[in-house]
Design a protein around this ligand. Structure first.
Ligand code: IMP
Length: 180
């Protein structure tokens, strides 16, 4: 079996620089200390880097695990796999997401948070694929807009693989790579 090859869409340095900008933007509009909710497992590297960039001004942190993908396909239904550990009542919640695709995950998570009494909900996402949107969701911070490609790395996976790549790459099947 040949070793998979992934063209780099966004290199690691560019990602880190952009996360620092997002941290600055967040700080500049901060009225109340944020309560971060990272969407696992994909958003973990993004959340780690953002909290590092925020330094002492970081707020509280929790995480949730939701699933909607099977392979490279969105199933259309969002499942709660691991719940939050802290309550969100009255808090300014800032969701940290790896990628917003159809928008269903953020829509479902916003509904959960508001139902539990969050005072406000903002979303920061490392990547957004606007051309794939099925439901419109407000995004207060977007690292990069990307085309309709299946991406892996910097937290993003294909069935649990490739999350640890230090860049965002484009997943290509062997068929797609093979010359005609
Ligand atoms: P949405 O609910 O369709 O917006 O999808 C959000 C979730 O789908 C993300 O948190 C990812 O886990 C997954 N996802 C969507 N597109 C990609 C991709 O290109 N690569 C890896 N995961 C993806």
């Amino acid at each position: 079996m040949s070793v998979p090859h992934f063209p780099v869409l966004i290199d690691g340095q560019t990602i880190i620089r952009r996360i620092h900008e997002l941290a600055r933007e967040l700080r500049s509009r901060a009225e109340e200390e944020p309560h971060f909710v990272a969407v696992l497992a994909g958003a973990r590297p993004f959340a780690d880097q953002l909290l590092l960039a925020l330094g002492r001004e970081r707020g509280s942190y929790d995480s949730i695990r939701l699933a909607s993908y099977s392979g490279t396909e969105s199933t259309g239904t969002v499942r709660l796999v691991k719940d939050l550990e802290q309550d969100v009542l009255g808090k300014r919640v800032v969701i940290l997401e790896d990628i917003v695709d159809t928008g269903r995950t953020i829509q479902a998570l916003r509904a959960i948070l508001f139902e539990r009494g969050a005072a406000s909900v903002e979303t920061l996402t490392l990547l957004s694929k606007p051309s794939r949107r099925v439901v419109e969701v407000p995004l207060e911070g977007v690292g990069f807009e990307v085309p309709d490609l299946f991406v892996i790395g910097f937290g993003m996976d294909l069935d649990g693989k490739f999350r640890e790549l230090p860049y965002v790459g484009v997943y290509q099947t062997e068929e797609a790579e093979r010359p005609a």
